[in-house]
Design a protein around this ligand. Sequence first.
Ligand code: AMP
Ligand code: MG
Length: 473
Amino acid sequence: MIAFDNSYARLPAGFFTRTAPTPVADPQLVALNRPLAERLGLDPDWLAGPEGLAMLSGNSLPDGSAPIAQAYAGHQFGGFVPQLGDGRAVLLGEVVAPDGGRFDIQLKGAGLTPFSRRGDGRAWLGPVLREYLVSEFMAAAGIPTTRALAAITTGERVIRETVLPGAILTRVAASHIRIGTFEFFAVRGDVERLRLLTDHVIARHYPQADGALGLLQAVVAAQAATIAGWMGLGFVHGVMNTDNMSLSGETIDYGPCAFIDAFDPRAVFSSIDTGGRYAWIEQPNIAVWNLAQLASCLVPLMGADQDQAVEQATRAVHAFPAIYEAEWLKRFGAKLGIAAPTATDGALAERLLTLMAASRADFTRTFAGLSDGTARAEFADPAAFDPWHADWQARIATETDPQALMAAANPRRIPRNHQIEAVIRTARDDDDFAPFHRLDAALHEPLQDRPEWDEYALAPTADQIVRRTFCGT
Ligand code: AMP
Ligand code: MG
C-alpha cells in the first residue's frame, strides 16, 4: 500500500489531463534504487516483484494513484512555445514519505498523452540509463536533483534513427512544477490559476515565503545554489529551457547533459545547441534570464501597484548574482581547501580555471589531484601551473584542515560521457547491464578512493572523447 496524497491532481481543471500510462509488452526490471525506495517508505522487495514491476511499467495502477500529464509552456532556446506539457511522462501521484517529505512519482516514457505532439510518448534505453546514472550521481554529490527510483525495459522497440529497445525511467521529484508551468497560465492571462499555482508551490516548497514576491526570492536563491553546484562539478545541463527549470530548485531533465573532461568554459555538448546558448560558463546568466520569465509571470499577483511590482520583481531577479557568487565562492573555496574564502581566494580559483582552460586540463582530475600532488600532470604546460601552486600552498598554510575540505568537495569520479556511452552500448547491444551497475555503484560514492573503481577516474583517450550528446527523445 503506497501512501499517495495527490495534491496537484486535486487542482482544478486546466493544470493537467487525466492520462493513464499505456501498458507495455514485456517489462523487465533493469535497476531498482533500494535506498531511495526505503526513504520513500516503499518496500523494495515489493517493487522488485511482479506487482511492483507492473506499476513501474505502467501495466497496472497502484491503489491511490491518480495518473495525470501536466500542462506547461516554455521558452526553448529563447523562443516561446505556449503549449508543451508532459508528452511522454505520466505522474502516478505524490507519495508522502515516512519523514513527511512529499515526492512525485513519475513514469518517463509511459506512452502517449494529449501533449505528445509528434512524439511517440516513449523513451529508449540510452537516455533512461543516462538519466539514472547522472541524477543519482548528482544526488550523491549533494546537488539538488530529481532522483531515479527504477529503470525498466519494455520489451517493445522504439524507432529513432534506428530501432532501439524501449525503456521507462521512474523519476522521483519534490515536484515537476517548472517555470514553464507558470508561463502556461501567464500567456493565457489566467490570473486565477496563476494564483492557485503560486499558493500550491509556496505550500509545497517554500512555506515561509510571503506571497508571489517571496516565492520569486526563494526560487532565485534555490536556483543560484543549484547552479553553483553544477559549476563546481563541470556539469553542463545542455537544455536550460524554462520548461526544464524546476521551481523546487532541483536539477531536472537530463537529456543532453554532460560533464566537462578537458576544461573549456565554453563547453557545449548538445547537438541542438549550435550557438552555445547553454555553454558551461553561460549557465548562471541563463538562469537569470529564465528567472526573469518567472518574474513576469508573477508580477500580476504582486499587488495593485503594478509599477512597484515590476520594480520589486526586478530587484528579486537581480539578487541572483550576489547569491550565486557567494555559493560559487563557498564551493570553489572548499575545492581549494579554504574554509572561509574571501574575494582574493575567488581570484585564486579563477586563476586556476584560466590556467586549466589554457592547458585543457581535466576538470575533475585537476581538482582531485590537488590533494595528492597529481594535479600538475594534468596540464599540457606543467610549468605554467607552478607559480599558481606556490601561491596556493602559501594560502592554505594557514587553513586548519584543507585536506578534509578538499576530500569532501572534489569527487574522484564523475559520470564521464565516454563511460556512460560505453555502458549504454553494452546494455543495448549485448543486453548486459553489469557495466551499468558497476558504474552506478562507483558513482554513488564519488568521493571514495577505491582501487577497483580507478578506471572510472580516467579521462577519455583521444579516440574515446564524446563531443556531441543528444536530447532524450
Ligand atoms: P525535453 O527535451 O525532454 O525537455 O522535452 C521537450 C518536450 O517534448 C516535452 O514536452 C516532452 O514531453 C516532449 N517530448 C520529448 N520526447 C517525446 C516523445 N518521445 N514523445 C512525446 N513527447 C516528447
Ligand atoms: Mg523537459
